[in-house]
Write a protein that binds this ligand. Structure first.
Ligand SMILES: NC(=O)c1ccc[n+]([C@@H]2O[C@H](COP(=O)([O-])OP(=O)(O)OC[C@H]3O[C@@H](n4cnc5c(N)ncnc54)[C@H](O)[C@@H]3O)[C@@H](O)[C@H]2O)c1
Length: 254
């Protein structure tokens, strides 16, 4: 790859769940490569801190489950930036519960935050993305559990499988406007989400050490591993790539 190949100069990006973890790292990588990035989340303090730390464009409160908030956010992006080139649907939750531990409220909460949000986000963003006539890139965070479900993550696995399928449907729908839609499938990545999961074992450090040892490439993921994949999908380097499932997991699903 030549220096300067990944330039997002002139592009505007919106990242959900960007106050911390993988979303924050994605926002940082997109900013470093020249995009004007709007971070969004339901954690305004952390979100504003992140904007300052990574020198991004701005922060907006966006509860991804709210149809009205999506409409307001896209209207604000149109008003402030006049275009939207990149949407990263990253916000998500992963409560540990097998099928028998999952009550209907939990099931619905997971589907609402993890999938309904992606439906609302793609649908709200497409008209503005189309307006520029320059195409666009939507990147949806699924998980390896969307491909290889886990018993202790029943609702989560189902939600991430739905994101995987919805992504391909959007990819086919929007291809005529050169708007691409791809899913990213991280394995275990060291964030608050993984720490919470590891803590359930009673010895989080031992659980993380075990995950490191079990991974073919010898460690769990870093947010940067995922952000680098998103950067590729956001850039014109992937202009002929749509409907892809980009698995980034150190080989754990092999
Ligand atoms: N960490 C992992 O091991 C891992 C593995 C596979 C996939 N993923 C996926 O990557 C994405 C990011 O995960 P992470 O590990 O950074 O998680 P995280 O918990 O560190 O961060 C998630 C962010 O989403 C925000 N969020 C939650 N509900 C929201 C809502 N309704 N509206 C807007 N924002 C909301 C939270 O405030 C938080 O800032 C998720 O979709 C997750 O499922 C993570």
């Amino acid at each position: 790859m030549m220096a300067g190949d990944i330039s997002l100069e002139g592009k505007v990006a919106l990242v959900t769940g960007a106050a911390q973890g993988i979303g924050r790292e994605i926002a940082s990588r997109l900013t470093q490569n020249g995009a004007r990035v709007i971070l969004s989340d339901v954690e305004p303090e952390l979100g504003q801190e992140a904007v300052a730390a990574i020198n991004a464009a701005s922060y907006r409160d966006l509860d991804v489950t709210s149809e009205d908030k999506w409409a307001e956010t896209i209207a604000a992006v149109r008003e402030e930036h006049g275009r939207l080139d990149i949407l990263v649907n990253n916000a998500g939750i992963s409560p540990a519960a097998d099928i028998e531990q999952t009550d209907l409220d939990l099931w619905r909460r997971v589907q609402t935050i993890n999938v309904e949000s992606v439906f609302l986000g793609c649908r709200a963003a497409l008209p503005l993305m189309r307006e520029s006539g320059d195409g666009g890139s939507i990147i949806n965070l699924s998980s390896i559990q969307g491909i290889r479900p886990a018993a202790p993550l029943a609702a989560y696995s189902a939600s991430k499988a739905a994101v995987r399928a919805l992504t391909k449907s959007v990819a086919l729908h929007a291809a005529g406007d050169r708007i691409r839609c791809n899913s990213v499938h991280p394995g275990g990545v060291h964030t608050r989400m993984l720490d919470n999961f590891a803590a359930l074992t009673g010895d989080a450090d031992a659980a993380i050490a075990q995950m490191n040892a079990a991974n073919p490439l010898g460690r769990v993921g870093k947010p940067l591993d995922i952000a680098n994949g998103v950067l590729y999908l956001a850039s014109d380097l992937s202009e002929w790539v749509t409907g892809l499932e980009l698995v980034i997991d150190g080989g754990s699903t092999l």
